[in-house]
Design a binder for this molecule. Structure first.
Ligand code: TYD
Ligand code: MG
Length: 452
């Protein structure tokens, strides 16, 4: 009797879970129509549960486990990583094509001073060398390879003993043992798992570069995000040359930490003072512009919120927002209409966070609502004023986190007055003295201060 060396599994393209039979709906993540058939070698399946590893006393690990982080010596990157790369960590770096992932990865290797390996199946060694020349990287500790077979990649890692490895990109790596194309769910899952294994076994740091789909998530199974220790996204707007590196998951540091860069001819240059960058072209004495001290991770960054309100000439009013939650905008418009008697229902409203920044912080509410009101009433907000506070449904202004830090940054950039939540301000320590504070508990009060 011939025993087949392969077994068939059904893999979910969303979460990466496999099943021995097909389902219309994935039992794990409940997505419909995401399961497809793959042939996986039997030996592979077994190799996953190989000899059990020994257990070690916690105290031994505590003594020896204080591994030294590997610094990329790019301050912005090291901060986002939580203080450099921890040996044995698997890092996923995602972003749109052309945003600068390969550039950043190469720059990260450029200064590590450790044996490193750059595996690129997307570009030839010549192309990478040309980019390295442009970035003025000439590290003798770096090896280049164009390999895209996962088995050969693992072999190279064992042979060359690099401490930091870049896989550019995970979508181009494939295993012969799986009969599907590179970039498919099965291939990404298999390569990811093999790399995870070698990463933990040998204590090497591996950075996986991943492309992002139109919906903005890393192409391939979601499982990749669960598998890695750190997920970084490189973001940016084609209209601007600055790039934002954001940690959305970090097992070894804070999440939502950001690093800000500018893409120039010598690669990604760190931006030391992002507030200055974001406020560089700000419009002064124009109605509809408000400044808000946002907090990205642990870092305060001042941003300009722009709003434009005009009469809707064509039926249903348009509402458009960039960098801020759309539903939150609708809520703020309802507050303006109901609590402040500002008719918004027949007007087009556009809100834009300048510089392509995305803010997910309720503390931005007050700046957004007042920027809208400023445009609607055609009355500018004083140019040396910042606004901060969360707005509730009753039109009340609520306290925000880390007010002191935000105020220090505002002071450093020369702002002279601040509208702050009354309740939060009492508790805020480190608020700089030379700012004039208006403590408010409702949007109505802010109207009285600015618009009358
Ligand atoms: P790249 O790192 O190749 O992007 P990704 O790997 O995310 O696809 O960078 C793409 C863009 O960056 C490309 O359009 C050229 C530009 N670039 C610069 O402006 N300056 C530089 O020094 C480099 C290397 C690239
Ligand atoms: Mg690339």
């Amino acid at each position: 009797m011939k025993i087949s060396s392969k077994i068939t599994v059904y893999l979910c393209s969303n979460c990466g879970t496999d099943y021995p039979k097909w389902f219309g709906q994935c039992p794990n993540c409940s997505e419909w129509g995401t399961l497809s058939e793959y042939n996986v070698p039997k030996s592979k399946r077994r190799s996953l549960n190989k000899t059990p590893s020994e257990s070690i006393p916690l105290t031994d690990v505590l003594q020896t486990g204080q591994k030294k982080r590997i610094l990329t010596r790019i301050i912005e990157v090291d901060r986002v990583l939580g203080g450099g790369m921890l040996p044995g960590s698997l890092i996923l770096l995602g972003g749109n094509p052309g945003i600068g992932k390969s550039t950043l990865a190469l720059q990260m290797l450029g200064k590590v001073n450790k044996p490193s390996l750059y595996i690129s199946a997307e570009e030839s060694a010549d192309q990478i060398a040309m980019r390295a020349k442009r970035l003025q990287i000439s590290s003798s500790a770096m090896q280049l390879s164009g390999e895209n077979h996962i088995e050969n990649i693992l072999e190279q890692i064992i042979l060359l003993k690099p401490e930091v490895i870049i896989i550019d990109s995970i979508q181009t790596v494939y295993s012969d043992s799986i009969d599907s194309l590179p970039g498919s769910v099965g291939q990404i899952r298999e390569s990811g798992q093999q790399l995870l294994q070698i990463c933990k076994e040998r204590g090497v740091t591996i950075i996986l570069i991943g492309h992002v789909t139109k919906e903005g998530i890393i192409a391939g199974p979601r499982m990749l995000e669960h598998m890695v220790d750190i997920v970084l996204y490189l973001e940016g707007d084609e209209r601007y040359d600055h790039r934002i590196l954001r940690s959305v998951k970090n097992r070894f540091g804070a999440t939502n930490e950001v690093g800000i860069f500018q893409m120039q001819s010598q690669g990604l240059i760190e931006v030391e003072n992002p507030s200055e960058l974001f406020l560089a072209e700000r419009s002064v004495n124009v109605a509809g512009s408000a400044i808000f001290p946002s907090l990205e991770g642990t870092r305060p960054i001042l941003v300009e919120v722009q709003a434009l309100v005009s009469n809707a000439n064509f039926g249903t009013p348009q509402r458009n927002v960039n960098g801020f939650d759309f539903r939150r905008l609708s809520m703020l418009l309802a507050v303006l209409e109901k609590r402040l008697k500002l008719p918004m229902g027949t007007r087009d409203t556009f809100v834009n966070l300048v510089g392509g920044l995305r803010i997910d912080d309720p503390a931005a509410d007050l700046a957004v609502i007042i920027a809208i009101a400023s445009s609607a009433l055609d009355k500018p907000i004083p140019q040396d004023m910042i606004l901060i506070g969360e707005v509730g449904l009753a039109g009340e202004v609520r306290s925000v986190s880390q007010l002191g830090k935000r105020l220090i940054e505002s002071h450093a950039l020369g702002f002279k007055s601040a509208i702050v939540p009354k309740f939060g301000f009492k508790k805020a320590n480190q608020a700089p003295e030379n700012i004039k504070y208006y403590q408010v508990d409702s949007v109505k009060k802010v109207f009285d201060i600015i618009f009358t």
